[in-house]
Design a protein around this ligand. Structure first.
Ligand code: ADP
Ligand code: MG
Length: 454
């Protein structure tokens, strides 16, 4: 728990500053001198390293202890008591010999972000192979597949999975040295060395020491290295040294090796000795699961309806999915009641979700057009109220979806929040009948068709 809080400390202070408006002198004299000291059972001990300790601690406890409590709970989901101590009293607490734990320094030198772990990675059809391979490699580095090559489009979880491998190994293998390297970092370091000229041998040997004395090498976005002559060359030597020593190498890329035109054949051979796995775009269930997990982490209860709206509209990229959720939460905070409604969601995402053009009539557009026409709100159509008008409008929606979007009954029922596909089936049948028997219904449907085609 202590490690978690250490890793979140900056975020905690940021929240205090940005969300609770602590600034100026208060920030300088009371908040910045605070350091996380330890966690004992349910209590977080924070040390005050500033001036006038006794006086300040009284004030800080009064003014900020509750805020820390709230923020820490928001971030970790756990309720702690907060104790603010002076360095002199804190000595007493440390009497319990601290477990020697090198997790934190190892995490730091690995450059990993512990937020990306296997627990927070949702597994679906799109990524289960990559997940299984990553976990196998993490559990037994160097022994399963070497190298492991993970490829896929932007925002699909490559970096997350790569870092999860590293975090897992650091937690479970205290003796292994892990290094996570974005390709830009590697490239920049090579460029720096080249710029220093040949005279700077120590820079070269430092560089080589750093990259060759490790047990697990995690390279992110290798497409940025491939094709850059000197960097690629240096990378090959690093790779080869580690590989021949039986060290685990994991690589991510936006495309598979066979599509990398400028990939040196030496790599091609090496990569083919390991395993290559891909990550595809997430399916609907995976998108929903990711949204739910994120909402939970943010400690927000967000209506299923709204999560569905996001999942229905943002399909290809998980980063955008998360961005959409954040944006909606932010928008809702600017509303007087802070409520997250479908309308807020639509407003927040109007730039992200592309406007409907004539040729793309989709379910949302139909719902919007029908709701406008009947002068009810869109959430009425998605919702559960059963007044005659609303139920009728909803059935018209289903009819139009069936005929215009060519959805199955099941898809319509899911999109409109109905329990099962027979609801949509029934509605389509009923409106079909009414059109032939009731001229008013026929007119209504004709008008709506015109509106949709506008
Ligand atoms: P990539 O490296 O492929 O561009 P990232 O790993 O940076 O993508 O993922 C983008 C965001 O989506 C990150 O915040 C990551 O945590 C999240 N993410 C991606 N895949 C998943 C998943 N399967 N479960 C949970 N979160 C995911
Ligand atoms: Mg990435």
């Amino acid at each position: 728990m202590y490690e978690l809080l250490v890793s979140k400390w900056d975020e905690i202070i940021d929240k205090l500053i940005n969300e609770y408006g602590v600034s100026g002198v208060s920030l300088k004299s009371w908040i910045l001198p605070l350091k996380l000291h330890s966690v004992e059972g349910n209590t977080v001990n924070i040390i005050f390293n500033g001036e006038n300790a006794d006086f300040s601690i009284t004030i800080i406890t009064k003014k900020y202890a509750t805020l820390f409590k709230i923020i820490i709970e928001e971030i970790t989901g756990i309720e702690f008591d907060i104790r603010i101590l002076s360095p002199s009293t804190s000595g007493a607490i440390v009497e319990v010999p601290e477990v020697v734990d090198n997790f934190t320094p190892r995490l730091e030198s690995s450059r990993l972000n512990p937020k990306y772990d296997f627990d927070s990675f949702i597994v679906g059809y799109n990524n289960n192979l990559a997940y299984a391979a990553a976990l196998a490699v993490a559990e037994s580095p160097g022994n399963n597949w070497n190298p492991l090559f993970i490829y896929g489009g932007v925002g699909l979880g490559k970096t997350h999975l790569l870092q999860a491998i590293g975090t897992f190994i650091i937690k479970n293998n205290p003796n292994l040295k892990v290094l996570y390297t974005p390709s830009e970092t590697f490239t920049n370091e090579v460029i720096d060395i080249l710029r220093g000229g040949n005279k700077d041998n120590s820079a070269i040997s430092n560089f080589r020491d750093k990259y060759r004395n490790i047990d697990v090498f995690l390279v992110d976005d290798i497409q940025f290295i491939i094709g850059k002559d000197r960097t690629q060359e240096e990378f090959f030597h690093t790779f080869n040294t580690l590989y021949l020593d039986g060290k685990q190498i994991v690589i991510t890329s936006d495309k598979p090796p066979k599509e990398m035109a400028t990939l040196d054949n030496r790599f091609r051979t090496r990569f083919s000795e390991g395993i290559t796995v891909d990550i595809q775009s997430p399916d609907y269930e995976t998108r929903m699961a990711i949204l739910k997990l994120n909402a939970e982490h943010m400690n927000y209860h967000i209506d299923e309806l709204i999560l569905k709206y996001i999942a229905d509209n943002i399909k290809s990229n998980i980063r955008e999915l998360e961005g959409a959720l954040n944006k909606i939460v932010l928008y809702s905070k600017m509303k007087p009641d802070h409520e997250i409604t479908l309308e807020v969601a639509q407003e927040a995402l109007k730039d992200v979700i592309s406007p409907v053009t004539d040729s793309t009539i989709n379910i949302d557009y139909i719902v919007k057009t029908v709701a406008d026409h009947f002068n009810i709100s869109e959430s009425d159509i998605y919702g559960s109220r059963k007044t005659k008008d609303i139920a009728f409008a909803r059935q018209i929606c289903m009819y139009l979806c069936f005929n215009y979007v060519k959805c199955t009954y099941e898809e319509i029922s899911i999109s409109l929040n109905r329990k099962d596909h027979s609801t949509a089936h029934y509605a389509v049948k009923k409106i079909n009948n009414l059109i032939t028997t009731d001229p008013i219904v026929k007119d209504t449907v004709d008008i709506l068709k015109k509106k949709l085609n506008k």
